[in-house]
Design a protein around this ligand. Structure first.
Ligand SMILES: [Zn+2]
Length: 165
């Protein structure tokens, strides 16, 4: 239990995980807690990101462009909650650079905020360090897939991995 309306925007899921929703210029400290990065193709349609259905996808057939999106497991160091963090190419490139530098992705710590209060304003990302995580502290691929399925509301067993990606 917590006091206040702080998390009102974040729906509660069975697993206790939520999507990391970075709003406004208030800085959040987050640490990546899994080595696995899930990548998927998505279309921006009707005001939201929709996962590309792959072969025969109606949005592809409608001629919509696609972009690559990435999902990482992170922990908010202030409220100690776990989140899935979905990022686009520009942010992913910065994370990839840090990963190259440290030789690992789990443990990289960032301060993130938006450039302005506007919902769609650019994400400002500053790497603030690295803490080596033990294997048992890390979120593995299997757990991550379960969380993604739960947060996307997919029936268990749905394949998120499309070989043509
Ligand atoms: Zn598609």
């Amino acid at each position: 239990m917590e006091w206040g309306f702080g998390d009102i925007e974040e729906p509660q899921y069975k697993s206790g995980w939520a999507w990391l929703d970075i709003r406004g210029t208030k800085i959040r400290s987050i640490r990546i807690i899994g080595e696995d990065v899930m990548a998927y193709k998505a279309h921006w349609s009707s005001g939201k990101m929709r996962m590309c259905g792959g072969y025969g996808c109606p949005l592809c057939e409608a001629g919509l462009n696609w972009q690559r999106r990435f999902i990482l497991a992170v922990k908010d160091l202030k409220n100690n909650r776990n989140y899935l963090w979905e990022i686009g190419g520009a942010t992913a490139r910065k994370v990839a650079e840090s990963t190259e530098w440290y030789g690992a992705i789990a443990g990289i710590t960032y301060q993130v905020a938006r450039q302005s209060e506007s919902v769609n304003s650019r994400l400002v990302l500053e790497e603030v360090g690295f803490m080596e995580l033990k294997k048992e502290e890390q979120i593995n691929k299997e757990i991550m897939l379960k969380i993604i399925e739960e947060l996307l509301g997919l029936p268990s067993g749905t394949s998120l991995i499309h070989s043509e990606y």
